[in-house]
Design a protein around this ligand. Structure first.
Ligand SMILES: NC(=O)c1ccc[n+]([C@@H]2O[C@H](COP(=O)([O-])OP(=O)(O)OC[C@H]3O[C@@H](n4cnc5c(N)ncnc54)[C@H](O)[C@@H]3O)[C@@H](O)[C@H]2O)c1
Length: 242
């Protein structure tokens, strides 16, 4: 595997404590980036990693992140906005609080991040990678706020690419079924059903999503901006009825 794709770069990764975010941190470090890892959960700092414990929906978190990037590293090259929360319920059973929280964490947080970090990203001619979902493309029961936020991120990613080009590239990944803790409360039979609904015939691994994020964060994708990359093993390509 190629190494050094992010040599000399400083990257912020949110939702870094578990799942895809943790796999992205691991891969970014392997590619020689230095990482500011942001999560609600406490994390252990390590070589090349500064940690920030905070809520991505809180503007104060982003002031801390931007200050840290400026004072610790003097630059910011990559922003991976990945933290997310999901509350499963049909719209008529979803509380207003749970609607607002999902929109705040899954959508508004990216606006807050850009608001405080885009100056640094422009200086570095940086790259932003947003984490949307296949929920932006297909309706699945029980995800009204999550899907609305993820659809909003696709539009926001395009908007930011136009707004901040040519200095900053902005792209969006749309993961499909990737086996992380969000699958913990999903039964084995439902997992098998989801796996069978992909062309790949299996659920994805966090490192496979991280590979797509790394590509979009690196100069390997230097002429790609305002784009969406679906990472779903062909889940959105499959339709098994006429
Ligand atoms: N796993 C999948 O099947 C799948 C499918 C489609 C999209 N995605 C998207 O991929 C991204 C990563 O998903 P995952 O499966 O790794 O999730 P995960 O639940 O394993 O990890 C999410 C992380 O975000 C953190 N987090 C939650 N709310 C936060 C907040 N307010 N502030 C800071 N951190 C917060 C959590 O503590 C956790 O560490 C998300 O954007 C998710 O919507 C995942």
């Amino acid at each position: 595997m190629a190494r050094g794709l992010l040599s000399g770069k400083v990257a912020v990764v949110t939702g870094a404590a578990s799942g895809i975010g943790a796999a992205v941190v691991e891969r970014f470090l392997a590619e020689d980036a230095r990482v500011i890892a942001v999560d609600l959960a406490d994390q252990v700092p390590g070589p090349g990693v500064c940690t920030v414990t905070g809520d991505v929906a809180d503007p104060a978190t982003w002031r801390r992140v931007a200050d840290l990037a400026r004072t610790e590293y003097g630059r910011l090259d990559v922003l991976h906005s990945n933290a997310s929360v999901v509350v499963r319920a049909p719209a008529h059973e979803l509380s207003e609080h749970d609607w607002d929280r999902q929109i705040a964490v899954n959508l508004k947080a990216t606006y807050l991040a850009i608001h405080d970090c885009v100056g640094l990203l422009r200086e570095a001619r940086g790259a932003v990678v947003l984490s949307s979902s296949v929920h932006a493309l297909a309706g699945l029961p029980g995800h009204p706020a999550y899907a609305a936020a993820k659809g909003g991120l696709v539009a926001l990613g395009r908007q930011l690419a136009v707004e901040y080009g040519p200095h900053v590239r902005v792209n969006t990944v749309l993961p499909g079924p990737i086996l992380t803790s969000v699958w913990d409360d999903i039964s084995e039979s439902d997992r098998l059903r989801s796996a069978a609904a992909t062309a790949a015939g299996r659920l994805g691994r966090p490192d496979e999503a991280a590979a797509a994020v790394t590509f979009l964060a690196s100069d390997e994708s230097s002429y790609i901006t305002g784009a969406c990359l679906v990472v779903d093993g062909g889940w959105t390509a499959v339709k098994d009825s006429a």
